[in-house]
Design a protein around this ligand. Sequence first.
Ligand SMILES: Cc1cc2nc3c(=O)[nH]c(=O)nc-3n(C[C@H](O)[C@H](O)[C@H](O)COP(=O)(O)O)c2cc1C
Length: 168
Amino acid sequence: MADGSMMTTEFNPATDSRAFRDALGCFGTGVTLVTTMGADGPMGFVANSFAGVSLSPPLVLWSPARSSNRFAQFSSARYYSIHILGQEQQALTERFGRNGPGFSDLPHDLSPEHSPLLANPLARFDCEQHAAHDGGDHLIIVGRVLRATLRDGDPLLFVRGKMTGFGA
Ligand SMILES: Cc1cc2nc3c(=O)[nH]c(=O)nc-3n(C[C@H](O)[C@H](O)[C@H](O)COP(=O)(O)O)c2cc1C
């Protein structure tokens, strides 16, 4: 804006990772819970790095951090399910955060491939790993969608580090 009412700062993303994260965070996304059956039982991972990739074949992607405690299990999982959370499902993101109870005491079904399934997601994509690509400190995992579900409702949104929703 020429009137000076908005200030734009330029930064070097290689040296100012805080500003880089902030800039990335102004790209609003939905929120997903990625689930898989780990060696010790069902596991869930909150991720906003989800994107649709291809319609034919049906492909989607998400990116787990290599630094995650759960990276090995999620990056090697043949089957997993990606749940897009509805606006009223924010509590699930705390349950599946670092110190949350995860799937313990949470009733769930299993897909035919044994991925743990959450009740009532806005949409769900049951995937088989199709490819994995280098993504720096993350891994870009592309999944072929074997089965999908969809219901009415508004999505949970994540923008500038905060959860929100349409009309919130
Ligand atoms: C809204 C939201 C989106 C997130 N998206 C991602 C993501 O796409 N990839 C990722 O590696 N971590 C993401 N995280 C962080 C992970 O869910 C997790 O908390 C973090 O990797 C720590 O995991 P660990 O306990 O397995 O080390 C996200 C967290 C939140 C709250």
